[in-house]
Design a protein around this ligand. Structure first.
Ligand SMILES: [Ca+2]
Ligand SMILES: [Ca+2]
Ligand SMILES: [Ca+2]
Length: 149
C-alpha cells in the first residue's frame, strides 16, 4: 500500500514536468515545421521515428529509385517547394545533411543524422529529440522564422 502511494506521488510529480517540456518544445521557432517533418517520416504513426523509417524517408526523397544519393539540385527543389525556404538556405541545409562532408547526401549521412538526433541512443527518435535537433539545424542554416506561429 505504501508503495502504491509512492508510485502515485511519483506519477503526479512527473505530470507538470511533461507539460513544461512540451510547452518549451512548442515555443521553439520551427516547431510546426519540424512537427510536419516528423509526421511525414513517422509512417506507422507511433510517435517515434524508427531507423527503418529514417531510411525509408531517404529512399522516398531521392529523385530516382536507382539513385544512391539525393542530389543537391533535387534537394533544393524539394525543400524550397515543401517548406518555402529560399534556395541558399536549402543549399546550406543540404550541407548540414551531408554529415560526413563528402559533398553528397546518401544513406550514410542519414544513419549519422539518426545517431546524432537520438540523444539517449535508444534507437528511437522521439518527437522531443527530433524537434530539438531539427530546430538546431534550421537555426544553423539561418532559416527565416515562420510567421504567425
Ligand atoms: Ca514510427
Ligand atoms: Ca555525405
Ligand atoms: Ca532516443
Amino acid at each position: 500500500m505504501k508503495n502504491m502511494h509512492l508510485l502515485s506521488l511519483f506519477l503526479i510529480s512527473l505530470l507538470p514536468l511533461t507539460l513544461a517540456q512540451s510547452n518549451a518544445l512548442r515555443s521553439l521557432p520551427y516547431y510546426q515545421m519540424a512537427l510536419k517533418t516528423f509526421r511525414s517520416i513517422d509512417t506507422n504513426r507511433n510517435n517515434v521515428i524508427e531507423r527503418n523509417e529514417s531510411i525509408a524517408n531517404f529512399e522516398s526523397f531521392k529523385q530516382n529509385p536507382k539513385d544512391t544519393e539525393i542530389n543537391r539540385d533535387w534537394f533544393i527543389r524539394r525543400v524550397t517547394h515543401v517548406y518555402g525556404l529560399n534556395s541558399s538556405v536549402a543549399s546550406s541545409l543540404y550541407n548540414q545533411y551531408d554529415q560526413d562532408n563528402n559533398g553528397v547526401v546518401n544513406e550514410t549521412d542519414y544513419k549519422l543524422m539518426y545517431r546524432a538526433f537520438d540523444k539517449d541512443r535508444n534507437e528511437r527518435l522521439t518527437i522531443d529529440e527530433f524537434i530539438r535537433a531539427d530546430n538546431n539545424m534550421l537555426i544553423a542554416v539561418g532559416a527565416p522564422e515562420p510567421r504567425g506561429k
